[in-house]
Design a binder for this molecule. Structure first.
Ligand code: F6P
Length: 278
């Protein structure tokens, strides 16, 4: 397999360009909705264009799929890698100045989790950070003094302290409410910003906990998209020593994705919390 270096470089360049855009552009909504029906900010569209432009320069990339677009796009027929990305996850948090992020899943030839070979996310918070999961290792970078500097490696402990429960409580199934309450009764602390990237980043960096987004009365298949959000974080969490499952207790990376915008209930955490979910 060829090195993914040019792809990681393009992700880094995109991170800087998106950071620029977040800092300088206005936050108005466009007149468009994305493929999942969310209103698009101009910044969502701009971030998507930036990434597509950077990836189009790399001949090893065969196909890209963006959360902002209905269909995937072939870039280079002779390429090998397929990349699915969410350009600006949680973008509605920008107007209150909370952290947002970009998520990438990199696949060998086909968008199925069994073909995933790397996952990357970028956190646009007070600092610019990046985490990569590749070849069995997690790398954590912080942008300082003009470059991404690698930090000490991160891993999930067997048991954490944080609880990040997504979705509208009113619509949670009873068994889910019981699970979440039982974690709080054990002393877990609530940490939920409503941005998947910072919420999962926090649990990862602070050694463990549970992030959950169940199937709910209003969203029986959950809200989070397999290709753009769930699989990349499942890959990161497993590489870091944690687990990621759906509401049937199946390993998310063993499931299939039949539509780029398919969603799934999902649970990410360290071993102890995932055993409680099961
Ligand atoms: O998919 C977008 C997103 O903003 C995620 O980043 C986040 O985890 C989730 O939605 C929050 O959803 P809710 O507000 O329903 O908990």
């Amino acid at each position: 397999m060829k090195t993914l270096k040019p792809i990681f470089d393009a992700i880094e360049t995109s991170a800087h360009r998106i950071r620029e855009a977040i800092t300088n552009e206005d936050l108005c909504y466009s007149q468009e909705c994305n493929a999942t029906g969310d209103m698009q900010l101009k910044l969502d569209i701009q971030s998507d264009l930036i990434i597509a432009e950077e990836f189009s320069k790399i001949t090893a990339i065969k196909e890209i799929a963006s959360e902002e677009k209905e269909e995937s796009e072939t870039l280079h027929e002779e390429g090998r890698y397929c990349i699915a990305y969410d350009p600006l996850d949680g973008s509605s948090l920008i107007d209150v100045d909370l952290s947002v992020g970009t998520i990438y899943g990199i696949y060998d030839r086909e968008f199925q989790p069994q073909n995933m070979i790397a996952a990357v996310y970028v956190v646009h918070g007070p600092r610019l950070e990046m985490v990569t999961a590749y070849k069995g290792g997690i790398r954590h970078y912080i942008f300082r003094h003009g470059r991404f500097m690698e930090q000490e490696t991160v891993s999930l402990g067997d048991k954490g302290k944080l609880n990040a429960p997504g979705g509208t409580q009113q619509y949670w199934p009873q068994h889910h409410k019981k699970l979440i309450d039982s974690l709080f009764a054990e002393g877990y602390r609530l940490r939920y910003s409503g941005g998947m990237v910072p919420d999962l980043h926090q649990i990862l960096l602070k050694g463990g906990g549970l992030f959950s987004y169940p199937g709910t009365e209003d969203k029986p298949n959950g809200k989070l998209r397999k290709l753009f959000e769930v699989y990349p974080f499942a890959y990161v969490y497993e590489t870091a020593g944690g687990e990621a499952i759906d509401d049937k207790g199946r390993r998310l990376l063993d499931t299939r994705c039949d539509d780029p915008h398919e969603t799934t209930p999902c649970f990410f955490g360290s071993k102890y919390e995932i055993s409680k979910v099961k």
